[in-house]
Write a protein that binds this ligand. Sequence first.
Ligand code: HEM
Length: 146
Amino acid sequence: MASVEASSCDGKGQGVETSVTYYRLEEVAKRNSSKEIWLVIHGRVYDVTRFLDEHPGGEEVLLEQAGVDASESFEDVGHSFDAREMLKQYYIGDVHPNDLETENSSKDTSKNNTCKSCWSYWVFPIVGAILLGFLYRYYTSESKSS
Ligand code: HEM
């Protein structure tokens, strides 16, 4: 865990000192039981332990996402504006910048990996269609000659 002082403006032209706490992903990963449950949503770390019983979607889904990046699952559900506002209550800090980089780069590699296999999506159907064409022509010419 690391704390960093950051300055922000309070709207009256006065600077306000706020401190951001950074957590390493390995630290978040340890909080994966119903006794203590943290999760990451869009680079921010949330302690949802006291929310387990209150979550309208049930505690099961939160336990499944315990200690990991739950951004995708959170978005997939299509949480309401109210749900997003609730997040603030459970915010405890940000994911450490070093971990954010590795997170992004690993996502890029997975994108590349899936793209490597992209060609199979169109090559197989085309080869299949050509083969079917040949078979069709072969059988139709056979039936004409007999
Ligand atoms: C701190 C994080 C979360 C908060 C504050 C939160 C809050 C809420 C709220 C307020 C609802 C009621 C519906 C709405 O207003 O959108 C809801 C429903 C739900 N949530 Fe979450 N949620 C969180 C994380 C998650 C995660 C990580 C999942 C993982 C899949 C999840 C799955 C669901 C499901 C399945 C429902 C039920 C949707 C339905 O019945 O249509 N939630 N959540």
